[in-house]
Structures are given as structure tokens and as C-alpha cells.
Design a protein around this ligand. Structure first.
Ligand code: SAH
Length: 280
């Protein structure tokens, strides 16, 4: 079952992987509730119930619990990605009252969503080699700023991370969230910045980038973003309209490009501000 278009990203393939894994921790819960593992919603319920089960202290404990669950179900394989997702508390980035530590996208206003944790983990893992200390990262459609903060933690103070988001209110709230997060010093010292602009044009001032992430689905791969990708760099971008694929775009040292599809996904569209806010 697909999430509605405004519900944000949704990795069908990854969800299927999750359902095929053993889950002894939840077997009694599963029997008790008579739930079937046939939809994404059941995974969400199980993860959220699991969070409550073993983690009720502080928000960082719950964040750690979420990361542990993602590791347990094979959604996070990299220690580095686990570490950064533990350090950057997702709870600081979701709107107040939203269940922050559930593996689901959440509305953040303005017809936008924060992506599900497993999708953040997937994008971080796909980009990990291109987010080494000192490298440059561009996050297009940075929304809440969660992933932008993770990128900044990975490339560190010698690196440079830029978020581009076209809703000024989201830019303001993302900066507020980052200021309260583990990435605050990077923001204050200037290795991390977030700008209100049309991300389809990238952010040429700081190009070329080792890593480009696009957090909204584009009908095609924007030429400006391809141009701003460094030879040897990688872009991760959802491409499509209703049916979308998470594409991994590698630019070779000679400038040629190799593209493959990682998973079927569901993201909000990369579009104009007016189109996004039309029914809002
Ligand atoms: N990675 C973000 C995703 C937010 S949803 C997160 O997890 O928080 C996608 C975001 O892309 C929305 O905030 C939306 O406002 C933004 N967006 C859509 N089209 C855009 C464009 N042309 N330029 C910049 N941002 C855009």
C-alpha cells in the first residue's frame, strides 16, 4: 500500500526487506495484537511499540533506541551512520507533538514531510564515502535540516555543508533545530549553512560537491545539479512523478556519469514554491 503523495518518502523495497527478517523481540506482541506483517503501517506500529518497550528515559535514549532498531532490522549497516544518527537527535527536528522516534515520514507543514528514519539512513549510507572529513555536501530540499546536520557532522569543521530549501519558514525552523543539535558549532563556525532558494539550481557558490542529496522527487536529474557534482562525486536523488526511483548518480573522474536505481520510493515533488503551496 502506498502512502499518499504528501506523506513523503517511502521505501517499498526496504520495507519488504524488513518484513523478511526474524523479529523475535516482537513475536509476542505480534500474536497479542493479531497484526499481519502485510503493510508498512504494521512495521511502523511495531517499531513505535518497541520504542516504548525498552526506552522511556530521555529523548536521546529514544533516539538511540530508534537507531538500535534500524540496525537490528538491517536498515543501518554502517557504524559511522549509526553514530551520526545517534548524535543528531531526530526529536529536535520534528514538529512538537509528532512521534519523532517512529520509522515513518511525518508532516512538517507547507505540504512537506520529514523523511522516514530508514530513508535518512539509506541516503547517509549511499553517500558515506563522499561525506568524509573535509568534503563538500549539498542537501537540496533540506526541509527540517535533519539530514543537513548529519552531513555536516560527517564532513566536519574542515568540510562544507549547504542546505537549500525554498520555503523560508522551513529554513528558519531548520536553523533553529540545528542550533539546538550536536551540529550547532558547525553552524556557528560557518561550515554549515542553510539557504532559502530554488534547489533545482543547486548552490553554485560552493560547487563542486562530493555529495549531493535531493530530498524531493524530480521528473529528471536537474542539469545544474549534475554540473555541480565533482568528478568522483555521488548524487542521490528520487526521480519520477507518481512512480519514483531513488537514483544513485556517480560522476566518474573523466566526467562521464553512471546511474542506477536503488529502490522504489515516494517523496514529495521537487517543484516551484507556488506549485507546492497551491492547496496549502
Ligand atoms: N530531507 C528533508 C526532506 C523534506 S521534504 C527532511 O527529511 O526533512 C522535501 C523538501 O523539499 C520540502 O521541504 C520542500 O519544501 C522542498 N522542496 C521542494 N521543491 C524544492 C525546490 N525547488 N527547491 C528547494 N526546496 C524544495
Amino acid at each position: 500500500m502506498l502512502a499518499p503523495p504528501h506523506a513523503g518518502c517511502y521505501a517499498v523495497a526496504l520495507a519488504a526487506v524488513a518484513f523478511s527478517r526474524p523479529r523475535p523481540l516482537y513475536s509476542s506482541l505480534f500474536q497479542h495484537r493479531s497484526l499481519a506483517f502485510s503493510s508498512r503501517a504494521s512495521l511502523r506500529f511495531i517499531l513505535s511499540a518497541g520504542m516504548e518497550h525498552f526506552s522511556t528515559k530521555g529523548s536521546m535514549d529514544k533516539n538511540e533506541g530508534l537507531v538500535e532498531q534500524l540496525k537490528h532490522y538491517g536498515m543501518i549497516k554502517s557504524d559511522k551512520v549509526a553514530e551520526v544518527m545517534q548524535i543528531v537527535d531526530r526529536g529536535l527536528f520534528v514538529p512538537e507533538g509528532s512521534p519523532a522516534y517512529v520509522d515513518s515520514p511525518m508532516p512538517i507543514g507547507y505540504n512537506a514531510t520529514i523523511s522516514a528514519p530508514h530513508m535518512h539512513a539509506t541516503c547517509l549510507e549511499l553517500l558515506e564515502e563522499h561525506l568524509q572529513p573535509g568534503m563538500r555536501a549539498l542537501d537540496v530540499g533540506s526541509g527540517t535540516g535533519y539530514l543537513t546536520a548529519c552531513f555536516a557532522m560527517m564532513v566536519g569543521p574542515q568540510g562544507r555543508t549547504v542546505g537549500v530549501e525554498h520555503i523560508p519558514e522551513l529554513v528558519a525552523s531548520s536553523i533553529n533545530s540545528i542550533e539546538r543539535s550536536a551540529a550547532s558549532s558547525l553552524l556557528n563556525e560557518g561550515s554549515l549553512s542553510v539557504h532559502a532558494a530554488d534547489g533545482r539550481k543547486g548552490w553554485p557558490e560552493l560547487a563542486p560537491y562530493d555529495a549531493i542529496h535531493v530530498g524531493a522527487a524530480s521528473p529528471d536529474i536537474p542539469r545544474a545539479l549534475l554540473e555541480q557534482l565533482k568528478p568522483g562525486g555521488r548524487m542521490v536523488i528520487p526521480v519520477g512523478n507518481f512512480f519514483q526511483n531513488l537514483k544513485v548518480v556517480d560522476k566518474n573522474d573523466d566526467g562521464s556519469v553512471h546511474v542506477y536505481s536503488e529502490a522504489s520510493v515516494r517523496f514529495v515533488p521537487l517543484t516551484s514554491r507556488a506549485a507546492q503551496l497551491q492547496d496549502y
